[in-house]
Design a protein. Structure first.
Length: 230
């Protein structure tokens, strides 16, 4: 038996979307008379999906989001996000090249709390869509990370099997969902994690995305399984 499927997180793992999200949040906050977020504050809001992103931005800049305005504010931000053109600078170094290398041997999937339509648009705009066999977004199911069913759905959509999969992510949520699903996890060191990456409990940590193929092979050996041959 071998590792045959690799499931990725998106924000903080494949792309650094913080600057784009900071700019997109600014009009929403300004309309409510609030200050913009700093880039570091924006990173602290990422990882739980679009709704939590906006809610946390409001909490950081004043009173929590008014429940009476909640749905309208989220819808307004979502519309702006889906209409925005992602910056190519978001893609971390080595991501496209490494995904192309991995796709020759593995089923490649995405498990993100970002809405599915927005995710597909971002991947297409950044020329990453061709590398994925399946995507499970934050609204693809009635549950999302760290619920293990979200990761298992991503594995299934990629055409893989959970007992032959590995999760690659950057945050507490990614490692928690892997643990809950019984899937080994690899964490990237350039993360949006809210505590040191060494404390997340990942099976492996990589400093550069280009280090991933060797990390997967090493993890497979440690688990007593063979790497794929074709």
């Amino acid at each position: 038996m071998s590792i045959t499927t690799i499931i990725f997180d998106l924000d903080g793992t494949l792309i650094d979307s913080a600057a784009d999200l900071q700019a997109l949040l600014e009009p929403t906050l300004r309309r409510d008379g609030r200050r913009p977020l700093t880039i570091e504050e924006t990173r602290q809001c990422i990882g739980w999906g679009m709704i939590k992103l906006v809610e946390r931005a409001f909490t950081m800049t004043g009173p929590p989001l008014d429940p009476a305005m909640h749905d309208a504010v989220i819808a307004e931000f979502k519309g702006r996000y889906e209409a925005a053109e992602p910056s190519p600078a978001q893609v971390y170094p080595g991501v496209a090249e490494t995904l192309a290398e991995l796709r020759a041997f593995y089923r490649i999937g995405l498990c993100t709390n970002k809405p599915a339509r927005a995710t597909a648009r971002v991947l297409s705009a950044l020329r990453l869509a061709e590398y994925f066999h399946g995507i499970s977004g934050g609204d693809s199911l009635a549950f999302r990370k760290p619920d293990p069913r979200h990761l298992l759905d991503a594995v299934a959509r990629a055409g893989g099997a959970a007992d032959r999969a590995v999760m690659v992510g950057d945050s507490e949520t990614d490692i928690e969902v892997a643990r809950a699903a019984g899937v080994p996890a690899i964490a990237v060191a350039y993360s949006y994690a809210h505590r040191p990456v060494e404390t997340l409990g990942a099976d492996r940590i990589i400093e550069r995305f280009a280090d991933l193929p060797s990390a997967v092979a090493t993890l497979a050996r440690d688990l007593g399984v063979a790497p794929p041959t074709s």
